[in-house]
Each structure stands twice: as C-alpha cells, then as structure tokens.
Design a protein around this ligand. Structure first.
Ligand SMILES: [Zn+2]
Length: 411
C-alpha cells in the first residue's frame, strides 16, 4: 500500500497456481489473529498519543495478571524489572503491553483507537478485554486492514481507507465511477506517528529486535512482528518511507499449528518483495521525516526524567507537548533496584554506577522477554514461497479463514 495515497499496489491472496476465479483471497477475506502486531495499535499508540507515556517511560516488567486472574506471561517467564517503553517495543514484551493498555489507556479507549485504525472485525467482547493488547481478539483481523492501520502510522497518523481501483470508464472513456480520493481521517498526531516509527526501527535494527530479517540494505524500515499461539499465524507489518506491507504467514486456513517452521521466513518474504519493488522502481534512499512537533531530550533511563549528572542517560525523541519537565533527583542514593537487597554491607553497590548500562534492563542475557521471533537459527526458510505473485485481487465468499480463535496470543 502507498501510505500517502491509500492505493493498494499489490495483493497476494494465496500462493501457487491460480486454479479458480473468485477463490479465497487471504489478504482480504481471512480474519487471523494479529498477535503482537496489535501491541502498537491497541496499547502504545493510544498511550503515546494521549500523552500518558513517552518512549522513555519505565514500566515494571514483573509477574502480572489480567483482572480475571489469568497470568500474563512473557514467553520465557522471565521478568526484567523497570523497562523503557522503547525497549519493550523492540523486544515485544507482553507484560509491558498489557500494563500500558490497562494502566495508561483503558480497555474501551483502546478499542476506540482500533476502530479509528479501521478494523471492522472487532466484537463487543474485544471492547472490554485487556488481551487485545497482545492481539488476543475474538475474530482476528484482515491483512488489508492491518496494513491500512500501519500505513496510517507511516502516513504521519492519517488513516486512508485502502483503494483498490481509481476509476471505472465506459467504452468511450467517460468516467462512471471515480474512486481517486480516499476516505481519510486523523488517528494519531504526527508526533505520535514518528515516535512509533522510531521505536519500530529498533525492531528491525536493534540488537534484540524481533524483526531483524526484514532489514533492507538501502532503506530504513519500521516494523512490528506478531505470532499467535503455537505459531498458527506469523505476521510482519512494516513500512519504508515509500510503502507499507503486511505479510501473514500461515499457517493453514484451518488454523493448524506450524510446529517446525522457522519463524522468520515471513520477514524474508517481506524483505524480498520490498527489495524487488525498490530495485524495479529505482527508489532513492530517504529517511523517515522527523516532524517539527518532535524534539530530542537526554533523559535518565531509570526514571524517564531529565537526566542529571549521576544518571545513566540516553537521548530520546519526545512529542513537544509531552516532554519530561522534572529532572531526575539523581542516584547518589540507591536506585530502587538495590533496595531489594537486604544487604547492608554492600555499600559499594549503593554508590551509583554512573553511565553504565543505558538500557534500563540490566541483565537478561537473551533479553528477549516476549520475543520468540528473535532470529531463529537458519533453515526452514521460505521453502515453498515461490510462485506467490499470481494471486490477484479476486475476492470471494470465503469459506474458511474466519472462524474464531480467541485464544490468548503471545508476542
Ligand atoms: Zn536518574
């Protein structure tokens, strides 16, 4: 999709030889669980847009339960304590997303944003659920709607209803139908859109990012990955400064699991498609534009407040209307994590380790709390992804693909 015009440039509804007309187009007719691609749309976008968090806000990654008592797990059941939002996005951490929705957004407010992002398959149950922060919804979403939602972020926060044709002419060339101008509305401020874009660049480029296989050699990419329970669905929704695309890797129309498939072949598919488009069209490198509503500040990674001399500091982007104004009181006294040690003699530990560790997430060597899509070992990739370009835009009565699967999803 061209995020600036709303025009859908290509759709692949299935793979292999096209054997029938009006066959199932999975991009428009199969509702599938969105997995962690929903974290951005249901949790972080609303929270940032409402000024409730910044990318430097720290949220405690800890054991956590939904209001119904069901536990929210990171996939490895490890928790790393206070964690910056940017880091939580990069690593697709579950607890952070659910807490963001619950504590900073609200279930129904999140739902309203999802409607604004153009989703048409949500239910009344979804309206009140916390699980939608992780993409656990009743009916799933259509790929084309996921793509349009991410395209709204790529387009500075303005949603464009996807356009599949521009004009219909009669045999004399008279315009019968004109569809050139898309329906549009603003979902996010341009500052919010840029902050999300910047964080999602880390999903691709960051050391522990879950979308590294989608990296392009000659163009910036912002991405979010998603995987539903037992890998029934693999997603990547991602954009460059030119185009937005989502790849759903299934899986099966009947929602069987995909046990032994490597989990990044869908990302490679995304990359290969985008690279071919860029080569074919000769697209020049350009960066994502930083709007004038965004500024950089140096903040403390422990508190998210303006950094002072003893703080472990990073430089982060902020919306100008939501910049921290308080300064961190410093770390001459023990940072909170040391309070947990009932060890009075460790006085050397309570002196500040200034400047070390700017991640806000100190240990956790694999640091992938929530991201099983971190670059699995090679192998098993893209076997059978050839011949995917034949699926054109038939739509049809979908016989499968929209049955419900409300199971909780992970990253
Ligand atoms: Zn500090």
């Amino acid at each position: 999709m061209d995020q600036y015009t709303g025009q859908v440039k290509a759709i692949v509804g299935g793979r292999g030889e096209k054997k029938s007309s009006l066959s199932l187009n999975r991009a428009t007719d199969s509702a599938r669980q969105p997995g962690s691609c929903f974290k951005i749309l249901a949790a972080y976008a609303p929270a940032l847009n409402e000024g409730k968090i910044t990318l430097a806000t720290t949220i405690d990654d800890e054991e956590y339960e939904y209001k119904n008592g069901q536990s929210v797990n990171n996939w490895d059941k490890k928790y790393i304590g206070p964690t910056r939002v940017r880091y939580g996005i990069e690593h697709s951490m579950n607890v952070l997303a659910v807490k963001t929705l619950t504590d900073y957004v609200g279930e129904t407010e999140s739902y309203d944003y999802l409607l604004d992002f153009g989703f048409t398959t949500l239910t009344e149950d979804d309206k009140y659920s916390q699980a939608k922060a992780l993409g656990g919804i009743t009916n799933g979403v259509y790929n084309i709607e996921m793509t349009a939602a991410y395209a709204a972020i790529a387009n500075g926060g303005t949603y464009m209803k996807p356009i599949l044709y521009t004009q219909v002419l009669d045999h004399e060339g008279n315009v019968l139908l004109d569809n050139t101008t898309p329906e549009t509305h603003e979902v996010l401020k341009d500052s919010t859109a840029y902050l999300l874009t910047s964080a999602m660049e880390d999903v691709v480029n960051g050391a522990g990012g879950t979308g590294g296989s989608a990296r392009l050699s000659n163009m910036p990419v912002a991405a979010k990955t998603g995987t539903s329970q037992e890998s029934r669905d693999l997603w990547i929704s991602a954009f460059t400064p030119y185009y937005t695309a989502s790849v759903w890797g299934g899986g099966y129309d009947e929602h069987k699991t995909m046990d032994r498939l490597s989990q990044n072949w869908h990302q490679k598919l995304w990359r290969n498609i985008m690279e071919r488009i860029q080569d074919t069209k000769g697209l020049e490198y350009k960066d994502f534009e930083i709007p004038s509503s965004v500024e950089e500040k140096t903040v403390c990674t422990k508190t998210g407040l303006l950094a002072t001399s003893s703080c472990p500091a990073i430089t982060e982007y902020f919306s100008k209307d939501n910049v921290p104004t308080k300064s961190c009181s410093g770390h001459y006294f023990a940072p909170s994590e040391y309070y947990e040690k009932d060890d009075t003699e460790s006085s050397d530990e309570t002196t500040p380790a200034t400047g070390t560790d700017s991640s806000g997430a100190t240990s956790s060597p694999d640091s992938s709390s929530g991201g099983t899509t971190t670059e699995p070992a090679a192998g098993g990739d893209s076997g059978g992804t050839t011949g995917t370009t034949t699926g054109d835009t038939d739509t049809s009565g979908s016989t499968t693909g929209s049955d419900t699967e409300s199971g909780s999803t992970t990253q």
